[in-house]
Design a protein around this ligand. Structure first.
Ligand code: NAP
Length: 371
């Protein structure tokens, strides 16, 4: 009798919580708004790429917004070039991320992270940059004529031997490769390293960075990219359309996997007993068949590797000034040369994203604001 009453009350409480949750979600959804709803004419305008709605590249617009003004700790950068990354495709508003990004409309309407440019003004506390310095870095909403960035964050001087386009190609992709190989993969000279997805934005940097550590690198790519992957320094190249890299007799100390299209057991078989598989991505940019399966496969790999000697590690790269400086040094020393697949004008940013979304970029896709 008592148990029946408890069950009845529990059911009522759960039902009430569900109804309330639905109501709160419904109201939050319809109240979700962004700056586009209250946009007024800019006093000191600059062009920026905006997406007022969720959707594919078609929702991107070139709009006039207020030119930012640096505070005491910031530098104002006149942007010369940007590059796009799979990350930018979150403009589609994946349902799982909408509680963070805005339920009905994106809270942050600006696009892009990677930029290079010239310092135009500095705040009064800034001592490490001066007007005229050529810099590159990462900052949300970077695809615009100007960005304001904190001087102590991920912004460093552009090496003189790099063009603005090359420098803009670097930040997200190269820092992902650097942190994945060095911090997660514990890369050491003399190791055998396999890079799956070696021809894309991150992969072309990963091959070069792995070589800079004195390792023997095998890159995996399709037929048309074999020469490209060899040209960036891979010692061996496996054409995935002809050969399955998990079915050879080779063993590796480190797998840097940007594709995630092989099972835990398949990858474990080709890892040395203390080898590490760094699970950095699940294939080229954009939605593709097997997206969800690969995501679950990586979770499975992470969980199962708790019980074996090899480690399977996932991570999200984080910007910091020290790593940007490491990349600048590698570029200066000629050890990292950004590979640019295509360059677009600012007005054609939507086309740049459409191309990236096909998932077959060869190196980086860049936007040049000077054109
Ligand atoms: N963990 C992080 O913090 C982080 C940061 C940045 C990116 N990522 C992820 O890393 C992945 C790669 O990013 P990205 O910027 O390099 O993307 P991307 O530039 O779009 O990569 C495109 C490349 O992927 C290759 N590819 C596609 N399917 C392949 C397969 N089955 N085997 C081998 N290569 C294949 C393509 O080569 P083909 O044309 O020859 O197929 C193409 O060259 C994405 O999943 C991205 O989300 C993760």
């Amino acid at each position: 009798m008592k148990l029946k009453r408890i069950l009845k009350w529990s059911a009522r409480v759960i039902l009430l919580a569900l109804v309330l949750g639905f109501l709160v979600g419904f109201i939050a959804y319809w109240r979700s708004t962004n700056e586009c709803d209250s946009k007024t004419a800019a006093n000191n305008p600059m062009k920026a790429i905006l997406h007022c709605e969720y959707g594919g590249p078609d929702v991107l617009k070139v709009e006039e917004v207020e030119k930012p003004v640096p505070n005491d700790n910031q530098v104002l950068v006149k942007v010369r070039a940007n590059s796009v990354n799979p990350l930018d495709l979150t403009i589609r508003g994946p349902l799982l991320l909408r509680p963070l990004f805005g339920l009905r409309k994106p809270k942050d309407t600006r696009l892009g992270v990677d930029y290079s440019g010239t310092v135009e003004a500095v705040g009064k506390n800034v001592t490490n940059f001066k007007p005229g310095d050529e810099v590159f870095g990462g900052k949300n909403g970077a695809i615009a004529e100007y960005v304001c960035v904190l001087a102590d964050r991920a912004v460093v001087l552009k090496p003189a031997n790099m063009t603005f386009e090359q420098a803009a190609a670097v930040p997200v992709a190269a820092i992902t490769a650097l942190q994945g190989l060095r911090d997660k993969g514990k890369i050491q000279a003399g190791q055998k390293v396999l890079i799956n997805g070696a021809s894309g934005g991150v992969g072309t940097f990963a091959v070069q960075i792995a070589k800079s550590f004195g390792t023997e690198v095998t890159g995996v790519c399709s037929t048309r990219n074999v020469d490209l992957v060899r040209s960036v320094g891979a010692d061996h190249v496996i054409d995935y359309t002809k050969e399955d890299f998990t079915k050879t007799d080779q063993r590796y100390d480190l797998i840097f996997d940007l594709v995630g299209n092989h099972s835990f057991s398949e990858r474990r078989r080709i890892l040395n007993p203390n080898g590490i598989c760094v699970m950095a991505g699940i294939g080229g940019a954009g939605w593709h068949e097997g997206f969800a399966t690969r995501l679950l496969g990586e979770l499975n790999g992470y969980l199962r590797s708790r019980f074996v000697s090899q480690k399977f590690i996932a991570y999200i790269a984080q910007f910091n000034k020290a790593d940007m400086a490491v990349l600048a040094d590698l570029m200066q020393a000629g050890k990292v040369n950004p590979i640019i697949d295509k360059t677009y004008k600012l007005n054609d940013t939507a086309d740049a994203l459409r191309y990236l979304e096909q998932g077959h970029a060869r190196g980086k896709v860049v936007i040049n604001l000077e054109q």
